[in-house]
Design a protein around this ligand. Sequence first.
Ligand SMILES: [Zn+2]
Length: 74
Amino acid sequence: MSILTTVKEVLQASTQSANRGDVTEEMSNGAYWCDDCDERIRDVDVEGEGPPDCPTCGDEMRFERSQGSTGCAC
Ligand SMILES: [Zn+2]
């Protein structure tokens, strides 16, 4: 029975679990909403320019900035 082997396995496991891809949330300025359907699409998930159509009802979606990220003090 080797303690060294056990420590090595624990280190490898923690390295793998720490490698998560949640960085894209930081890049988002807001999201598009459809009030009727409660559909939400983040701006970073929208391809091209302009508001996308709601996948449920087909209406143009409304852009809403995420709160607190752009505090203009002028
Ligand atoms: Zn809709």
